[in-house]
Design a binder for this molecule. Sequence first.
Ligand SMILES: C[S@@+](CC[C@H](N)C(=O)[O-])C[C@H]1O[C@@H](n2cnc3c(N)ncnc32)[C@H](O)[C@@H]1O
Length: 268
Amino acid sequence: MREKGRDLNGCVYLVGAGPGDPGLLTVKAVRLLESADVVVYDRLISPEIIRLIPDATTRVFVGKKSGRHLVSQENINTLLVRLAATNHKVVRLKGGDPFLFGRGSEEARYLVRFGVPFEVVPGITSASACASYAGIPLTHRGIARGVQFIAGHCDADAPLDLDWCSLANAEMTLAVYMGLANVDEIASQLIKAGRSEKTPVAVIENGTTGSQRQFLTSLGELPKTVHRAELQSPVMFVIGQVASLAEELKGGQSICVEPPPEAQQLRV
Ligand SMILES: C[S@@+](CC[C@H](N)C(=O)[O-])C[C@H]1O[C@@H](n2cnc3c(N)ncnc32)[C@H](O)[C@@H]1O
């Protein structure tokens, strides 16, 4: 494959699909899905969104599950360049927002290197959507001054290397992506760094989809909650006082995603 300089007529759109509910796709994303020649998509793209792709469009699944890569990142990068080089309009469909823990920027850098025209179409990131659907504002005047997006998992299962002290501010909401495997360490390190073990935590599994489950617990009880409920990826942790607003704000919403009975018992 030749690097930059070669003329290409194809184009790659790095498109965010949001966390699952097709109603959260942007108008731009829907238009691109309808007009693409090829859609290259990840594991977390919901079946409802896949159904929006016209039958005649080529679909390429390159899904990755933690620890099990069906197609390597290098091969995904190469595939995108090859498809563009053969004049295809390619939609690279990624969960949530492509530039938030989605390796979208790695793919973009590769496209730049090979002179492939591309565009990034932002999507609603799972922290924002899962929290909203669970009735939780990520910030709230007088309760949370800001929010920090954190990856609770490192590449190739390397040990978590987070600056725990910088996460200890009780006025900051923490939205933890990919935190399931390291939940014990996340809870204990945050408490050690100074977060109260009574800090409310919302745990949201399959957020925004018909199978959403949500639990309200505390930082001290978080590992127990996760293990007892046998949660499966994808799961989002929203840690901070804002989580305590869930009951009040969810009650007024018409989104119909109810927590299972055991979650009620775990409420703090
Ligand atoms: C590799 S990251 C990709 C994040 C994505 N780019 C975004 O902006 O949401 C995958 C993680 O996002 C979170 N996630 C994605 N979809 C989710 C959903 N529907 N419900 C809960 N968490 C979700 C989970 O923490 C999951 O392990």
